[in-house]
Design a protein around this ligand. Structure first.
Ligand code: PXG
Length: 459
């Protein structure tokens, strides 16, 4: 008899502890807390663990399972492609139908000035590719000294050395000699933390103008590009004021530097548009994508290349000495092609914009009434709540209480995945969520905030 995963849970947990090194994990602490949770299956917007617990997946996996779990068409697309051609590379004058068709579809779905795509296996590799494209572009323009890329503190652009350098996570920089040379960071547009006394419009302009100050400080002849997530995801769902991106765009245009939108989270419907840039009116020169392109069913990422960059790097650049074994993996491309067609044919993005996001935004805003919530913000289908001890002064709970972690653990125990970034709770539900799922998410979040408040000794 084959033992079920449920019966084997204890063995699996022990084996996991002995052999499996997890990303961004303190293994000693994990062992002391009883080990990992084993997720054994999933369906729709729910995941199930080895103890049979049904959990609403408020994070769509890791911001990626946008179409939800169990879409048979995606499984079939992978199986068909694996039978026909499981792997071939796109080096050495070769290609294959899934990569060609996906390139064409991405060109159709992306803003009009985007007609080329370079495939990678992940978002980190997409951003490493951007660094290579940016430097190649300026080199070919006869300005090799335009090397510096300006990014933002508390941004997340991946975990490779390039991605971690572009990212503004100090803990990541501290564990290596990062960032690599030629990458500098400016402060982020995080109003709750940094701009409480200004109006949103003033704060947005102020934070955008830090880019201009940095360009002038370094010298425009040395600055190559600016990179930003339209909405910072892993940093805590930081939604910039409306005044922010237009001013960033003005500055990039005025100084002629390349603008890179890291849309690994925001592309493919998360903000109610195919690209988050469209929502904010950003006109990027390069776009990074991953995650939602394949709804996370297989790993795939890439860099979308605008005509401005393509005309230089592709049309007259000679060989671009960059690429990955899995650039344009056939099965991953076949799944992505199917996922994007489903999204287009079923009107998923329109439904998010017109129905699901407005409903979610209205319900999520209600969490601001909770006694330990200092702010509840959302845009499209991403949301954040700031847990505070004192609503008016925005005073936080003592750091040692780690209330974010407490709240996250209450959520799991009550059947909800909600992620903690410090004392900021964040969600990114699947795009196919029904109103009843949004209700369940918000109701459970409220209940877990109650439990957190009681546990932290808040009145
Ligand atoms: N850019 C952005 C904006 C991301 O959110 C990456 C690049 C890197 O993608 P890959 O595929 O290399 O992981 C990401 C990834 C979290 C979390 O805890 C977020 C991500 C990855 C892991 C954890 O919120 N985002």
């Amino acid at each position: 008899m084959i033992e079920s995963a449920e019966n084997r849970a204890a063995d699996l947990k022990s084996s996991d502890h002995r052999h499996h090194m997890h990303p961004f994990t303190d293994h000693k602490e994990l062992g002391e807390k009883g080990g990992t949770r084993i997720i054994t299956r999933a369906d729709g917007v729910y995941i199930y663990d080895s103890e049979g617990r049904k959990i609403l997946d408020g994070m769509a996996g890791l911001w990626c399972v946008n179409l939800g779990y169990g879409r048979q068409e995606l499984v079939d697309a992978a199986a068909r492609q694996m039978q026909e051609l499981p792997y071939y590379n796109s080096f050495f004058q070769c290609t294959h139908p899934p990569a060609i068709e996906l390139s064409e579809l991405l060109s159709e779905l992306s803003p009009g000035n985007f007609n080329h795509v370079f495939f990678t296996g992940s978002g980190s590799e997409a951003n490493d590719t951007q660094i290579r494209l940016i430097r190649r572009y300026w080199d070919l323009q006869g300005q090799p000294e335009k090397m510096t890329i300006i990014a933002r503190k508390n941004a997340y652009h991946g975990s490779t050395l390039g991605g971690a350098s572009l990212g503004g996570m100090s803990a990541m920089h501290e564990q290596m000699v990062l960032p690599v040379p030629g990458i500098v960071h400016i402060e982020q547009p995080y109003q709750f933390e940094l701009g409480a006394d200004l109006s949103a419009a003033e704060f947005g302009l102020q934070q955008a103008r830090l880019l201009e100050q940095k360009i002038l400080e370094i010298g425009v002849d040395k600055v190559a590009a600016f990179i930003g997530e339209p909405v910072q995801g892993a940093g805590g769902v930081i939604i910039p004021p409306d005044s922010y991106w237009p001013e960033i765009q003005r500055i990039c245009d005025q100084y002629g530097i390349l603008l890179v939108a890291d849309e690994v989270i925001t592309a493919f419907g998360r903000l109610g548009e195919w690209f988050g840039s469209t929502h904010f009116g950003i006109r990027p020169d390069l776009i990074s994508f991953a995650k939602g392109v394949s709804s996370g069913y297989l790993p795939l990422g890439g860099a979308l290349v605008s005509d401005r960059v393509a005309d230089v790097v592709i049309a007259r650049g000679g060989e671009f000495a960059h690429g990955y074994t899995y650039s344009g993996h056939p099965a991953a491309c076949a799944v992505a092609l199917t996922a994007l067609r489903i999204m287009r044919d079923e009107g998923v993005v329109d439904r998010v914009r017109e129905h699901t996001a407005p409903y979610f935004n209205q319900r999520w805003a209600g969490l601001a009434e909770h006694p330990i919530v200092g702010e509840a913000r959302s845009l499209g289908l991403v949301g954040a709540i700031e847990i505070v001890k004192q609503k008016d002064s925005r005073e936080r709970f003592h750091k040692d209480l780690a209330v974010g972690g407490l709240c996250r653990d209450f959520c799991i125990a009550n059947g909800l995945v909600m992620r903690a970034v410090g004392d900021t709770m964040i969600v990114s539900p699947p795009l196919i969520s029904e109103d009843s799922h949004i209700d369940e998410l918000v109701d459970k979040a409220w209940k877990c905030l109650d439990l957190t408040a009681a546990s932290a000794g808040a009145s």
